[in-house]
Design a protein around this ligand. Sequence first.
Ligand code: SF4
Ligand code: SF4
Length: 308
Amino acid sequence: MSRPVEVTIASGKGGTGKTVLVSSLARLIENKVLADCDVDAPDLHLLLKPDTVREEPFTGGKVASIDPAACTGCGECMRRCRFGAVLEEAGPEARLYKVDPISCEGCAVCYYACPAGAVEMHEKQNGRWFVSDTAFGPFVHARLDPAEENSGKLVSIVRKEARLIARREGLRYIVVDGPPGIGCPVISSITGADLAVIVTEPTVSGFHDCERVVSLARHFGMPVAAVINKYDINLEAASRAEEYCERENIRLLGKVPFGLEVSRSIAAGTLVVDEAASPVARALRGVGDALMGALEEIASEAATKEQA
Ligand code: SF4
Ligand code: SF4
């Protein structure tokens, strides 16, 4: 059995229609596991309606605490903490110090500064990750707690679990919904994937971010394909995006028109791709076919390499 082929859907700019495309691919691509790597603001679960079968804590950082029995009340930790996370209270005999776990960034400066060895560093739970059953196949997703960081690490966990499931269940594809932007979580969501599909739109910021994600993906040596969403809101800009794809040798998987049925279906919790008469759905099905063609090519190249 060949290894599963992994595709990450990215966008740079938020709101280009990435999740609409991924939810459509959930319907159109068989034999796959889905992974939502937008762990800061996940939303794919709203459309896939998952039934969670496994839930795990995510510990991505550290938090300090002070042992009152060992603390001498010197105040050095409070003077050194740049985040204002050490709080001081008047005790009956001496000053009492404690750490506010919400403000603590886990830098450990207080741990090293404390002359009495009274500061301890603990693992901190930053969120949770889930494995769920859906009508479209297995689904790995996660949720970072509010104001928490380390989302790149959580993205890696989600992708790793999706790969394990794909191998264990003999699934052929891994479809990853990447986070917006081009920072650490996006790098975590695309590195090592077989293909990055960039969803763009004919706006200045949409195109600008598309270029940034293309450059990021190419930096990691990944093949890139593109989808131009809402192309008919600005035909001239859409045509420039097409020319860019041709010039940069980016496979254009399709152009999807703007349609009010997209927001209506999201509000109703249904998939726009299921609407038989919708021009948006027709275009999304075309994108699905083109993507399947690209994934088949990658799978066949990988199988040839494995045999060689
Ligand atoms: S670990 Fe860093 S942020 Fe947290 S209390 Fe200590 S010095 Fe402040
Ligand atoms: S540096 Fe150590 S001993 Fe001094 S107040 Fe902080 S925890 Fe207590």
